[in-house]
Design a protein around this ligand. Sequence first.
Ligand SMILES: CC(C)(COP(=O)(O)OP(=O)(O)OC[C@H]1O[C@@H](n2cnc3c(N)ncnc32)[C@H](O)[C@@H]1OP(=O)(O)O)[C@@H](O)C(=O)NCCC(=O)NCCS
Length: 328
Amino acid sequence: MKATKFRAATVQDKDYVLDFCKNTFRWGDYIDRVWDIWISEPNSLFLVAVNVSENKIEKPIAISHGILIPEKILWIEGIRVDPKHRSHKLATNMSLHILDYAKKQGVLYSSAIVSINNEASKGLMEKLGFKVISTWSYLSIKPIVLPALNNFNKDNSSIIVANLNEYNSVLNFLNQSETFKTSGKKFVNSWRWHDLTEDRLKMMISNKQVIILVNNDDDDEDSNNQEKKEENNKIRGVAIIDEEGYWNNQNILQIVYIEADSDELLLSLIIKSLELITSLKGNKNYNRENKYERVQIFSPSPIKENSLIFQKFNVSFAEQFLLYHKKI
Ligand SMILES: CC(C)(COP(=O)(O)OP(=O)(O)OC[C@H]1O[C@@H](n2cnc3c(N)ncnc32)[C@H](O)[C@@H]1OP(=O)(O)O)[C@@H](O)C(=O)NCCC(=O)NCCS
């Protein structure tokens, strides 16, 4: 008789686990790329379910990773059950185990991301009491060839890297934005959805990660009135860039939050953001088309199939993700 137990994953489990985490999704799986990171990541529990045979040999049959991220949130990721062992409540029990671990650490909430097409995982989340708080569009663009930005300036808008003087305007824009509200006030950081707090926003602006699309309808040339100027320079879109990459992928540029008034402006914001980021390097020989292998875009409002983005870029992968959340 085999018994199942849960314990922390060990280096020895790797090959057994990767064996059932190869073709999980139609594009494969990413567990092989995160294993070495997760096994030693602080503030996390990398859980493995093992079948224990009579002679005490342990064979991994499922995994899940839970990590404590800022704002007292437990991020759950990488739930995988060996296909031979599914529908026996392994995922449910592993998740409850991780939630219990987090609760003991004083964590208040838990979140996870699930593809809109993953019926089994959606069922699991809902059974665990998680609710969808936002739906995100994800696009992967490869290779990066920037299309020309035709006619953009005709409507008197400009796209610039925000500086700290614009912090209040960006904050006001986000606070009034319906899209930001429906995003759950989140941005993506290495495939984990974090709260976009005021401090975080300020830090991102000082790091030159925030790009804004502004109206330049400044009729009153002589006006020294700052308030009037701010009113005239109304923000109409925001993109937040992350150049750090994630996991072992340093050559991926991510737009980790984006919104704009219209599809056209969204496209302009993407093109100009990519241009700005590459020109910021100050390197004349900078080969933007080869620097990044891919650009990943995370948008909290749907990017539809008829979007100009699909016409102008070579989108190699597009998917929608549900952000699940629960008070624990
Ligand atoms: C999703 C997955 C982790 C579920 O593991 P599991 O151990 O079989 O799940 P459980 O037995 O604990 O099932 C819990 C609930 O999930 C839902 N569920 C599980 N498998 C399902 C399926 N094939 N279809 C629909 N709902 C399903 C059900 O609501 C189920 O509750 P119920 O049995 O009372 O109806 C597993 O199918 C898997 O490894 N899939 C591939 C990897 C993956 O998608 N991971 C999640 C990425 S976010």
